[in-house]
Design a protein around this ligand. Structure first.
Ligand SMILES: [Zn+2]
Length: 226
């Protein structure tokens, strides 16, 4: 008698536990992984290219044109994974583009946002911070602020806390001023920083992926709220 009651109690508990596990599994299966979090078209503009190398880190043999393209290709993959359609102003390092080429192309795509990807330069190898630039006062500022917010969460290159920041500011670039859609120039990190140079050149691609991931979060946050 006692045994039967105990057995029934345990059986009930067991069935409840199994049901909970099955429900959890089902919730995961239909969860975020299957649901695109990015909607619409995005233009990515890897800064510089061709005869224009951009900023250079001679110690680690890094050029801004190559690094911005690496980040852009990673970001393209992440955004496409999430359901976005991505347009790239350039896809190779041999292409030289004027600002006119960049915004003219962007304006043919009907994209909702334009993210121009750059890395900053300084004569001081210890200088490193992240910032974003806006051109069209009303249209660009929201995007610049949102992308700045996600870039600000980047781990610092020295491994302690997050990267230093400079508040987004106005910059009279044709890419920003003459594009139809909200646009921002993301000065993601300083390529001339010694610490960044070490990370960007270590062969793992981890730093480039962190930067792409931060830009993904900012772009998708903006698209979801505008
Ligand atoms: Zn640049």
């Amino acid at each position: 008698m006692t045994f039967t009651i105990l057995f029934r109690t345990w059986a009930t508990v067991l069935v409840a536990m199994l049901a909970a596990i099955l429900l959890t599994t089902a919730a995961f299966a239909t969860g975020a992984g299957a649901q695109p979090t990015c909607s619409g078209k995005v233009v990515l503009d890897p800064g510089h290219g061709g005869t224009d190398s951009g900023a250079v880190n001679t110690k680690y043999r890094l050029t801004e044109k190559e690094q911005t393209l690496k980040v852009a290709k990673r970001l393209e993959a992440l955004l496409e994974e999430d359901g976005c359609t991505v347009y790239m102003t350039r896809t190779s390092n041999s292409q030289t583009l004027s600002n006119n080429d960049r915004y003219t192309y962007a304006n043919t795509t009907g994209a909702r946002v334009l993210i121009s990807i750059h890395m900053n330069g300084s004569t001081s190898p210890s200088t490193d911070y992240t910032t974003t630039l806006f051109g069209k006062w009303r249209k660009d500022k929201g995007l610049a602020n949102t992308v700045f917010g996600s870039l600000s969460a980047l781990p610092a290159a020295n491994g302690t806390g997050t990267i230093a920041t400079r508040t987004p500011y106005s910059f009279a670039s044709g890419v920003l001023l003459k594009s139809d859609m909200p646009a921002t120039i993301a000065e993601t990190v300083f390529i001339t920083s010694d610490r960044e140079g070490q990370l960007l050149s270590n062969g793992t691609g981890a730093r480039q992926q962190q930067i792409a991931q931060a830009l993904r979060v900012g772009s998708e946050d903006y698209l979801a709220t505008h």
